[in-house]
Ligand binder design. Structure first.
Ligand code: FAD
Length: 476
């Protein structure tokens, strides 16, 4: 028999018995209780390290049902979390014994090719948007893994293969619809409720539940040149990093290069003798003229003796999902990263040392090139800040579920982070923060924009209803 009440955590951390009659304004089909066959899927998130079990999931179909859920949580003082794609590394999509708003059913994508904009629901994954916009040969700036949630990525800033050309994802955001803590549905853009629009462009889920995102589109694809090329780390790491340093100093903005060191996976494209051995790889994406792309990529393809070269003409959509298999849902993940302003000569050996010390079959030492459009915005153009960043680098610890060496792999991440920290701008990417990052790390992500964020928080969410996130205490 279905229960008539639930034990739910309050905002203060107490537990209350909630009579299910309190859910009367939420349609029954949107309510997912623990005994419901949909519950496990609705509470499954990417990082297997996170062990949280909500008391109740609400799966809204529309904005009105989001309003009813926000009203319910506010009026009863219930702990509320919001799940976009569930990819947040710290597991911020879920709250233990709380109410989770699972936005996955609100995943409509509408492309207005004439106006060059796309409207996307908060339940979209990146691939949903890429596939729809590419039907018109259009794109907006999204991330490197197509299964990542659009909402969380956007609200933290967002970067990917097109960031050098068009900036952070939030630089391409034109408007949102959002339900704030008072239950109001607001449309916000640079002219209407501009402070709110400023704050959500980097400030995460602190200000309400976004029910629609509208982005600017550009002509890119469908054909691009991209892929991965890998070499044995022992023989080639120094040369590959040296070439990366040289190329990224002058590469056209159509070319984005990512570098990774890891143990070679047992993938069919890696010859068997190299499986499990240290490798260094460049992931390339060139969205310019294909002939120019091959010319720009020639120095990479000509370097040394690669063990795999998968850089070929392909579609943009293929490129966007190329790395999906390297980030399986349910494995354990622990990352620490920093923004850096330049690729200093003395950083290269540090990168190689860290990459060479990897022991987990899934961990990676990464570097993403960002320099370009992001640096042309003022530091306070959106809460995201970090306009001095030209690279993101860090240790991405990962290991299969059930592997008992997690402590060792996490220690590698912490030791690596200590080594890269001296090269940081002092800023870090809020969306890459992990379970043990504290308030000081939130402050160092927003730096000069932090106090203004707290003021906007005080205006739109003075009771801190939206607290299952990288939380900003409302200014007093
Ligand atoms: C494999 C992988 C690859 C990644 N690659 C990139 C990348 O290339 N570029 C990049 O920029 N980032 C990248 N990230 C980081 C990613 O941006 C964050 O993990 C982000 O939080 C994921 O969004 P999500 O919707 O899946 O998150 P969720 O876990 O669902 O939610 C995260 C947070 O967003 C808030 N939120 C979600 N939906 C809403 C909403 N509708 N309204 C208000 N708040 C909401 C929640 O409150 C929560 O605090 C990657 C992450 C992973 C795991």
């Amino acid at each position: 028999m279905a229960p008539d009440s639930l034990n739910i955590s309050t905002l203060d951390g107490d537990t209350v018995l909630l009579d299910l009659n309190a859910l009367e304004r939420i349609p029954e089909k949107a309510r997912v209780l623990p005994a419901d066959p949909r519950f496990d899927e609705a509470t499954l998130i990417w990082n297997g390290l996170i062990d949280k079990k909500p008391a109740l999931v609400i799966q809204p179909d529309n904005t009105a049902e989001v309003v009813s859920t926000v009203d319910l949580a506010r009026d009863h003082g219930l702990l509320l979390s919001i799940k976009g794609g569930g990819h947040n590394i710290s597991g911020l999509a879920l709250a233990d014994r709380g109410v989770t708003l699972d936005m996955s059913r609100m995943n409509e994508v509408r492309v207005d090719a004439n106006r060059r904009v796309v409207h996307a629901g908060p339940g979209c994954l990146l691939g949903d948007v890429d596939r729809a916009t590419q039907e018109h040969g259009l794109v907006t700036t999204l991330g490197f893994v197509s299964q990542t949630g659009l909402a969380g990525l956007t609200l933290g800033g967002g970067f990917g293969y097109l960031t050098r050309r068009f900036g952070f994802t939030v630089d391409e955001l034109i408007e949102i619809e959002i339900v704030t803590a008072d239950g109001q549905v607001r449309r916000s853009n640079r002219e209407t409720e501009p402070d709110l629009f400023w704050a959500i462009r980097g400030g995460g889920g602190n200000f309400g539940v976004v029910t629609e995102f509208t982005y600017r589109l550009h002509e890119v694809g469908p054909d691009i040149v991209g892929g991965l090329i890998a070499w044995p780390a022992q023989d080639h790491a120094q040369d590959v990093l040296g070439l990366y340093q040289e190329l990224t100093a002058s590469a056209p903005r159509e070319l984005t290069l990512v570098i990774t060191m890891r143990l070679a996976p047992p993938a069919p494209f890696i010859p068997e003798p190299w499986h499990g051995k240290p490798m260094i790889a460049i992931v390339a994406c060139h969205t310019g003229d294909p002939a120019q792309a091959l010319e720009d990529l020639a120095p990479i393809k000509g370097l040394g003796h690669p063990i795999a070269d998968l850089i070929v003409p392909k579609t943009y959509v293929e490129q966007q999902s190329m790395l999906d298999a390297t980030q399986p849902k349910g494995a354990n993940y622990y990352w620490k990263t920093e923004f850096v302003a330049e690729l200093a000569d003395d950083f290269l050996p540090v990168f190689v040392d860290i990459g060479s010390a990897i022991e987990s079959p899934m961990s990676q030492m990464m570097m993403f090139h960002l320099e370009g459009a992001v640096n042309e915005h003022a530091e306070d153009d959106g809460a995201v800040g970090n306009r001095d960043a030209t690279y993101v680098t860090g240790a991405a610890g990962a290991w299969p579920a059930g592997n008992l060496d997690g402590d060792k792999y996490q220690a590698w991440v912490r030791q690596s982070w200590e080594k890269i920290s001296p090269f940081s701008t002092g800023g870090n990417y809020i969306n890459f923060q992990t379970i043990d990052d504290d308030t000081s790390r939130i402050e160092s992500s927003y730096r000069a924009n932090y106090e203004r964020l707290q003021k906007v928080k005080a205006r739109y969410d003075p009771g801190n209803l939206f607290r299952v996130n990288r939380n900003l205490a409302p200014a007093r």
